[in-house]
Ligand binder design. Sequence first.
Ligand SMILES: [Zn+2]
Length: 159
Amino acid sequence: MHNQDPRLLSTGQTESRHDDMLALARLAMQQSYSPYSQFKVGAVVVADNGQAFTACNVENASYPEGTCAEAGAISAMVMAGARRIREVYVIGDGEALVTPCGGCRQRIREFADATTMVHICGLEGIRKSVTLNELLPLSFGPEHLDQLSPSSDTLDDNA
Ligand SMILES: [Zn+2]
């Protein structure tokens, strides 16, 4: 699901914007389907056009088939036509910081750059804000493949 409420797109102050995104993150977290771990996670991905996309973790009886909140929010962003992430909020409960897993750090990287902010949140608010580069240093991204685009001849050879 994504939110197109214009109030969320026009908030000027950083604090109120954070508050709005935290509210969305808490709502997403409440939707979590996590009967096995009981570990509820919510994520908000804010696209470069200001639109916010939310999702929760979705577990599965076949454990590896579960999906992360960040993955769902990125899917919603892509489905809406956006391709760049401005910032990310991830929320979970408990003492430890609920940081994105390794796979999600790479998923974020696909649509973000080194300076994109990732806000790690608890129910009370933002606990720590880090750049994507801090979460995933020396990362591999789409630009690495741009230098290796196969020629049409190569594609024909493989056909
Ligand atoms: Zn993940």
